[in-house]
Structures are given as structure tokens and as C-alpha cells.
Design a protein. Structure first.
Length: 277
């Protein structure tokens, strides 16, 4: 089922206590996390940020969107397997790849939202609960407060390519331009790192970390006229603030799928390439 606006879908959780478990990763995941919290606040959701290692029983859990439900990463799969049979879980917009066993084992209390059509078709073909499969844009497209990064004085080209293939467990480095800067890694920030000066409040601490990582990402990109990347959220950030963006496919369908579903014919400043640079 297509969800035109994730906000409309999430309104059903107004008035109930929600446990939000962010998807941990690089600065792109912080970008997703900040946009997600902005949506929660806009909808006045009563949310509590939790760690994936916390104990949950008969809870409503919103699990952070991203790209962690692929063969290489195990944390998100482990969380779902540990909690799917005793909680109601909504996996916010995600890409899915090569996780057949997980999809076939999930209970009917788990709703999966894909962020592109390829993942949507895949999860529907594997899960036993096809009515629990939804399709909606990546949460990062709901980001607010980025006008300050637009129309800044800028020049030159930013090459910001991923250094490793996401599907290659050997972690052999990819070929990248000599002046490449993997800013998604450079600006990542541990989500649950304590911030001095902030009270012992996990919601405030995590939001601060999301904000710092996201600001670093946008601030760096804003210096350049053109951005070349195979990092999805570097590409999305650069597109949203009006850069000329050359977006390359990466190691699986994540980038091409999001481009086709959420960017093509909507942004005229981004061009997608099926090959790597």
C-alpha cells in the first residue's frame, strides 16, 4: 500500500506512548533521525527515545528508517527478531535486501515501510503478512530548518563517495577520486553519546547529536556548487539545498530506488547515473 504522506499514517499513534528506537549509523542516519523527530513533534506524538538494547514488552515501537536491513548489517535484524512477537513494531521507511529469513519469520504485529518500490516488491514477495507492507518516501525528505544552507556563496566540486561496498563483507576499498572526502563517515556522531550541559534526558541528548551531525553535513555541502556522490543522504541533502548533484547508484538498489520513487521529476538539479564514477 502506498502511503502518500507518512504524517497521515503516523497520526493513528497520537495519544499513545511511543517508543522510538533510532537506526544507528553514519551522519545520513542522523539526518533521518532529526527529520523523524521533527515529524513526531509536528504531530505531537508522545515519544520516548530508547536504545535497541533496552527491554520491551507489549510496547508500540517505531523503529528508525534507513538502510540497515541488508545482508551486511545484523543489528536491526537482531532487534526485530528479539522483539517482534511481544510488541507492535513499525519499521519506518527502509530499504530491504537479502533478508528472506527475517521477513518470513516476523509476526503480524510488525509493519514494514519500504522507501522505494524495489524494496516494497521484495518484502511483499517474502513476508507472510502482505497487508503489513507499506511504501513511503525516506524520512529525510521531511527535514525542516535547512533554508539557512541555501544560496550561500559556493564554488567547486565536492566528491563524497562511499569508500566500501555495502554488500561486500570483505571491506575492500572502492576506487574513488583522489580528492574524495567520505563526509558521511567524517561527520558521524554516536547517537547515544552524552552531551555535557544537557540534563540526563535521552530524548534531548539524542536530538542534540542528530542536530550536530546533520548541521555538519549540510554546512560542508553548502560550500560547493556541485556534489558527486554515491551516498544516498549526501545526495538528498545536496539536492534539497539546490546544489547540482550527480548521484551514482552504489552497490545495490537503494539509491536508484529512492531516486526513482522520490526524486525523479521532482527535482531538476539531480542527475542519476547507473554506473560508478
Amino acid at each position: 500500500m502506498l502511503v502518500d504522506d507518512i504524517k497521515s499514517f503516523l497520526t493513528q499513534y497520537q495519544g499513545v506512548k511511543v517508543k522510538y528506537v533510532p537506526n544507528q549509523g553514519n551522519s545520513g542516519d542522523s539526518f533521518i533521525g532529526l527529520a523523524t523527530l521533527q515529524v513526531f513533534k509536528e504531530l505531537n506524538l508522545d515519544y520516548e527515545i530508547c536504545k535497541p538494547t533496552d527491554s520491551f514488552d507489549n510496547e508500540l515501537i517505531l523503529y528508525g528508517g534507513g538502510g540497515s536491513l541488508i545482508r551486511k548489517y545484523t543489528g536491526s535484524k537482531r532487534f526485530l527478531l528479539n522483539n517482534h512477537d511481544k510488541n507492535h513494531i513499525v519499521v519506518l521507511p527502509h530499504s530491504f535486501n537479502d533478508c528472506d529469513d527475517l521477513l518470513m519469520s516476523l509476526s503480524d504485529e510488525v509493519f514494514l515501510i519500504a522507501r522505494e518500490k524495489i524494496s516494497y516488491d521484495y518484502i511483499k514477495s517474502k513476508t507472510n503478512h502482505k497487508n503489513n507492507c507499506l511504501l513511503s518516501s525516506d524520512m529525510s525528505f521531511y527535514i525542516k530548518g535547512i533554508d539557512k544552507y541555501k544560496n550561500r556563496s559556493c564554488t567547486g566540486v565536492c566528491n563524497a563517495f562511499r569508500l566500501y561496498d555495502e554488500l561486500d563483507n570483505k571491506n575492500e576499498p572502492l576506487r574513488v577520486p583522489q580528492d574524495n572526502k567520505d563526509i558521511s563517515l567524517d561527520f558521524q556522531r554516536p547517537i547515544f553519546m552524552k552531551n555535557w550541559g544537557i540534563p540526563n534526558n535521552l530524548n534531548a541528548q539524542v536530538e542534540k547529536n542528530f542536530s550536530i551531525a546533520t548541521d555538519n553535513l549540510f554546512s560542508y555541502i553548502s560550500k560547493f556548487k556541485t556534489v558527486n556522490t554515491n551516498h544516498l543522504h549526501v545526495g538528498i541533502a545536496a539536492t534539497l539545498i539546490g546544489k547540482t548533484v550527480n548521484l551514482y547508484r552504489g552497490s545495490y538498489h537503494k539509491i536508484s530506488g529512492v531516486y526513482d520513487f522520490s526524486m525523479v521529476n521532482k527535482f531538476d538539479n539531480v542527475t542519476f547515473y547507473e554506473t560508478n564514477p
